[in-house]
Write a protein that binds this ligand. Structure first.
Ligand code: GLU
Length: 294
């Protein structure tokens, strides 16, 4: 018999949850129950400047109000930085990481210089690719920049990483013409030399999500469509680090009346606001377009 599938809901406590989060959490909960599997909750709180304990507390309260049951202990990423550092050390030992020292403003200037010469590629989120400038720094320049206190990020040498593992795909559930699972070709090159760690925070979304999904035995990643192409980077890191590969399902994002993505600040869809208006979990399911419980 196959082991029971493991799903997870992985919010970042950098704001209050809204209807879009409720949809994602309830969908994971429903799918886990239908499959006789487990639902884990993971708090993705590596961004120390934006995450706050009161938002984390609100995650627990809002999910409880929705009637979602998750397994404990909850994994908080900020408690596991060692695991991410160990992974980035392995990538560094493979010669796949290099340090870069530019501020955001400096990168914007470098990109503007490139764009003056012709079109410059952008990543799937629309941000211009890093021009790779720091890749050609000499060892003594790197040492001097490290001493200077300049901002430092560790970037993945994308070309070298892809060369090492070759072409990759993932299984996307529900994306075939009849809603069946289809194979998607990963395009990690579209992201350029992504940042995997910073001096202030020795990890990144991409690195920690991949390590945690593997350590927690996650078999089914169900998350918003906005993270669809991030999966390319996740597949690449899994291949480099020899990690198991979950199945993926990227669900449509809920939109407001104007067609815009729901933002955490939106008073009309915040779960605390809906609760204060006297709504129930069943009302939220209906608002989110999920079928009622039998
Ligand atoms: N922490 C991410 C977010 O809140 C989700 C990460 C994931 O599901 O892979 O958008």
């Amino acid at each position: 018999m196959n082991p029971a599938p493991v799903f997870r809901f992985a919010p970042s406590p950098n704001g209050y949850l809204h209807l879009g989060h409720a949809y994602s959490a309830l969908l994971n909960f429903d799918l886990a129950r239908q499959a006789g599997g487990h639902l884990l909750l993971r708090i993705e709180d590596i961004d120390v400047t934006r995450c706050r304990p009161e938002y984390e507390q609100a995650v627990y309260e809002d999910l409880e109000w929705l009637g979602i049951i998750w397994e404990t202990p909850v994994r908080r990423q900020s408690d596991h930085l060692d695991a991410y550092v160990a992974a980035s050390d392995r990538l560094a030992a493979m010669g796949l990481l290099y340090p870069s020292f530019e501020s955001r403003a400096e990168i914007a200037r470098l990109v503007a210089g490139e764009e003056a010469k012709g079109p410059w590629p952008r990543d799937p989120d629309g941000a211009p690719l890093y021009p790779g400038t720091a890749k050609s720094l000499y060892a003594d320049e790197v040492a001097a920049l490290k001493r200077s206190g300049a901002p430092m990020a560790l970037r993945l040498d994308m070309a070298a990483a892809i060369e090492r593992v070759g072409a990759l795909t993932w299984q996307e559930q529900g994306s075939g013409p009849d809603g069946e699972t289809a194979e998607v070709a990963a395009r990690p090159d579209a992201w350029g030399d992504v940042i995997l760690a910073r001096k202030e925070v020795p990890t990144s979304y991409h690195l920690s999500v991949v390590i945690d999904d593997a350590l927690q035995g996650v078999t089914d990643v169900v998350r918003g469509q906005d993270l669809f192409w991030s999966t390319s980077v996740h597949r690449l890191l899994q291949a480099l680090l020899g990690l198991p590969v979950p199945a993926y399902r990227h669900h449509a994002l809920l939109r407001d009346e104007t067609g815009a993505k729901l933002a955490k600040s939106l008073a009309s869809t915040g779960l605390r606001e809906l609760r204060a208006q006297g709504m129930t979990s069943a009302d939220v399911r209906r608002l989110a377009g999920l079928p009622p419980y039998p």
